[in-house]
Design a protein around this ligand. Structure first.
Ligand code: PAF
Length: 283
């Protein structure tokens, strides 16, 4: 497996690989865990050349967010990718990825999804976040020349927006959604779980318990979103809840009565370290 930090080197390798191979991309910000591993495993199984990008993307972090302290564990990430059978880890520096104007003026050409997609859920409390995500993902698509790209279902709004971007910008790329990987107690795996204090870690699985309770009630025939949201909220009393919402899977619009495929989503900050956790469940 090759570790590449320069765009030009990546271009060289890809110009050869793409002659005979189906290229897959697994975009990550590193601090890889078993959730990422499941994305890489799937990519390796379904394609003959897998690139894992490891890049903590500055343009998707707000000024008061955790860009500086975001975990960076490149050596371990490389080991995990090697064992999983990836062909390339692409780990550029911010200066390699963005032009000087970004560092001088904090501006760059951005790919901005429509307001309708970002004025809710995570987009509401993280203004500009999805512009940064779509920008870096577009750059990675262009650099990797991938035919498939793998994204986790935990970041459900991200997945929805990226699928829209691919369709609206005519990228010739298949987006492959991969199921959420959970710890034994149900907590969704996340690089940010490393921030949790012992007491936060103990109650963090309540987020999933609340989602499961709502699903149980839904399966018993309760279709009013508010009743399900209230049931889920009762598990989150200790948290600072950002949102608990139910949206249609097709368009991510809020629904009051669940009469089509829906997704229930939660974002909440833990009481001790204020770690923002997200999770979701299909209804
Ligand atoms: O989900 C993530 O880790 C990031 O948002 C992504 C897609 C790698 C873009 O930086």
């Amino acid at each position: 497996m090759k570790v590449i930090c320069k765009k030009n080197e990546l271009k060289e390798i890809i110009s050869e690989a793409k002659k005979t191979k189906n290229i897959a991309l697994v975009p990550t910000m590193g601090a890889l865990h078993k959730g990422h591993k499941s994305l890489i495993d799937r990519a390796v199984k379904e394609n003959d050349f897998t690139i894992v990008s490891v890049f903590v993307n500055p343009t998707q972090f707000g000024p008061n967010e955790d860009y500086d302290k975001y975990p960076r564990t490149l050596e371990d990430d490389i080991k995990l990718c090697t064992l999983a059978g990836a062909d390339v880890v692409f780990a550029p520096s911010p200066k390699e990825m963005y032009d000087d104007i970004y560092f001088e003026e904090k501006e760059t050409t951005l790919v901005c999804p429509p307001y309708k997609y970002v004025n809710k859920l995570c987009g509401k409390s993280r203004p500009g976040h999805f512009d940064g995500v779509c920008t870096v993902v577009s750059k990675l698509f262009n650099l990797s020349k991938c035919k498939r790209a793998y994204f986790g279902k935990k970041d459900a709004q991200q997945l929805f927006i990226i699928k829209k971007m691919v369709s609206e910008l005519d990228f010739d790329i298949e987006i492959v959604p991969v199921d959420i990987v959970r710890e034994d107690d149900g907590l969704a795996t996340s690089s940010r779980n490393t921030y949790l204090s012992d007491s936060d870690r103990k109650i963090a699985p309540n987020i999933y318990r609340g989602l499961n309770k709502a699903k149980e009630l839904y399966n018993k025939g309760i279709k009013e979103s508010q009743t399900l949201i209230d049931a889920s909220m009762s598990y989150l009393e200790e948290f600072d809840v950002d949102y608990v919402e139910i949206v249609s899977i097709d368009d991510f619009e809020k629904i009051d009565i669940i009469d089509k495929k829906a997704l229930m989503l939660v974002a909440a900050k833990t009481p001790d370290k204020k770690v923002r956790l997200i999770d979701n469940i299909e209804l």
